[in-house]
Design a protein around this ligand. Structure first.
Ligand SMILES: Nc1ncnc2c1ncn2[C@@H]1O[C@H](COP(=O)(O)OP(=O)(O)OP(=O)(O)O)[C@@H](O)[C@H]1O
Ligand SMILES: [Mg+2]
Length: 275
């Protein structure tokens, strides 16, 4: 559904921001892209909806090549993008106009448009917010309006480029919940983040470094590669640090990325030991 084949891309003709990317993202999956500053995450994201085109190799989205000008409209309306700064993304002062902006440009007629706005706001937990002013919202709510604006176009893919970076922990958790719900309803989610706790909740994690994918796998696999992650200046989730330390001293626990699971596993071990 999203297919990068040997993709290279340079902004300045000297240094490759993407340097041989091979990446396949299955329909309906929740994928996280991790990487330090300047590793190429945003450049990769912009290749998914044809904002950037590869210099070498190909990107296919939903069976269409991003380099084919006739596919640009289809790809852009099916791969919604949400960026870091909530204030950069809202275009209208009234929420309903903001959410309607995308589908209106797609030519969706008026009665359906209203329905889509209502549905999209409901999906992000902002039902009844139609007549509110966008500038009266918190950062987290603004990001949810930005997502609603994408949902109103009924895309199959949602790409979030550090969309939670400017939010507080509560706003981040709310955004994650919305993404998980959308994913459960069948949407493909590509979340770019440097928060390990977010990556821990994905189906698959890909780690970028200097324009290359250097690690790929389940969160347990990737976040368990402590040394590799530290070399890339990426933090390891607290539960993974503790479970790795415990294993080093001979306590037989798995690499856990979720604190609750680690507690559960330790409780089982302790209970087993007491019998
Ligand atoms: N518009 C641009 N013009 C020139 N070089 C750029 C441009 N945008 C990014 N780059 C360079 O391309 C490389 C990858 O940048 P990119 O923005 O994709 O990284 P990133 O992983 O998203 O970083 P961050 O975590 O800071 O958002 C970096 O070396 C960066 O300096
Ligand atoms: Mg970026």
């Amino acid at each position: 559904m999203i297919d990068f084949k040997n993709v290279r891309f340079t902004y300045d003709g000297q240094h490759y921001a993407l340097d041989g990317i091979n990446l396949h993202i299955e329909q309906g999956t929740f994928v996280c892209i991790l990487g330090g500053n300047g590793s190429g995450k945003s450049t990769l994201a912009k290749h998914i909806n044809a904002l950037l085109l590869p210099d070498e190799g190909t990107v296919e989205v939903l069976g269409r090549r991003t380099s084919d000008p006739e596919s640009t409209f289809f790809i852009r309306s099916n791969a919604g993008m949400v960026f870091q700064n909530p204030d950069d993304q809202l275009v209208a002062s009234l929420i309903e106009n903001d959410v309607a902006f995308g589908p209106e440009n797609l030519g969706v007629p008026s009665p359906e448009l209203r329905e889509r706005v209502t549905e999209a706001l409901k999906a992000v937990g902002l039902q009844g917010f139609e007549k509110k002013e966008t500038n009266a919202l918190s950062g987290g709510q603004k990001q949810r309006v930005a997502i609603a604006g994408m949902l109103a176009m009924q895309p199959q893919i949602l790409v979030l480029d550090e969309a939670s970076a400017m939010l507080d922990p509560r706003g981040r958790a709310g955004l994650m919940r919305v993404c998980k719900d959308l994913n459960e309803a069948g949407m493909t989610i590509v979340m770019i983040t440097h928060f390990m706790e977010e990556a821990a909740q994905a189906d698959l994690v890909h780690v970028l470094d200097s324009g290359k994918i250097v690690l790929s796998g389940t969160p347990e696999y990737v976040l368990g590669k402590v040394e590799a992650m530290e070399d890339l200046s990426l933090d390891i989730p607290f539960a993974a640090q503790i479970s790795n330390r415990l294993r080093q001293v001979g306590v037989p626990v798995k690499t856990q990325v979720n604190e609750d699971y680690l507690v559960e596993e330790l409780c089982l071990l302790l209970k087993g030991g007491a019998q």
